[in-house]
Design a protein around this ligand. Structure first.
Ligand code: C5J
Length: 225
């Protein structure tokens, strides 16, 4: 049986290709100046640095015709799906819904809310628009995964300890075998990223596995033969 060399131990791959890539929130709002992440006072360059690696991971799934799901953190223009607790939290220079240099912050359909051009989804790749941090909350992701008989999720994207970790925990509780790709995820806070990697694979993989992009690609190639 094929496996991905991973921590805390090898991640067994299924014999039928029921593995999907979940790329979280690789959006201009988090990666480019003038977006939500920047408005919160973060250095977006840290996140931009992983784009070539994430692209390599994405291309590997494309080459093997494996299912790809990308997510965006997005709200309706009328903000009806944004609870006041989220809207008013923090001290951002621009709040959700405010006009910024790339359109209204974190609003669906605005230029800044799009997935970055380098990773733009191709026809047939699913984009899940999510109002929360986790990709299962108030979305049809679980329904779509079940429809495609997917059992194994390979996760990347931003930010590691917020939307990526929340999604991985939601998926783990739903019975999915989850692997977080170490160099295809990033945080504005290096310590938070490191802590997340360590906590998900602690205690024998209490939330799942972690591995590098090279290790994932090697495992997928072994699955294909
Ligand atoms: C945040 C995210 N950090 N995609 N969103 O607010 O992690």
């Amino acid at each position: 049986m094929a496996a991905i060399a991973a921590q805390p131990y090898d991640y067994p791959l299924p014999t039928t290709p029921t593995v999907a890539l979940i790329l979280i929130d690789m959006q201009r709002d988090f990666l480019e100046p003038g977006g939500f992440g920047d408005a919160l006072g973060n250095d977006v360059a840290r996140l931009q640095a992983i784009v070539p690696t994430v692209k390599r991971l994405l291309e590997a799934f494309r080459q093997q015709s494996l299912p790809i799901f990308q997510t965006t953190e997005s709200h309706r223009p009328d903000l009806a799906d944004c609870p006041p607790s989220k809207l008013l939290r923090g001290n951002a220079s621009l709040k959700i819904g405010d006009p910024g240099p790339m359109g209204r912050i974190l609003i669906e359909g605005e230029p800044g809310n799009a997935i970055i051009a380098e990773l733009a989804p191709l026809p047939g790749e699913t984009v899940i628009t999510k109002p929360g941090k986790g990709a299962f909350y108030n979305t049809n992701l679980e329904f779509l995964l079940k429809t495609h008989d997917i059992t194994h999720l390979i996760l990347g994207g931003v930010t590691t300890e917020v939307c990526v970790q929340t999604t991985m925990r939601e998926a783990n509780d739903r019975g999915y075998e989850c692997l977080l790709v170490e160099d295809a995820t990033e945080s504005y806070f290096p310590d938070f990223k490191q802590a997340t990697l360590e906590m998900v694979r602690a205690q024998g993989g209490i939330v799942g596995w972690t591995a590098t992009t090279d290790q994932v690609i090697a495992g997928l190639q072994a699955m294909a033969v």
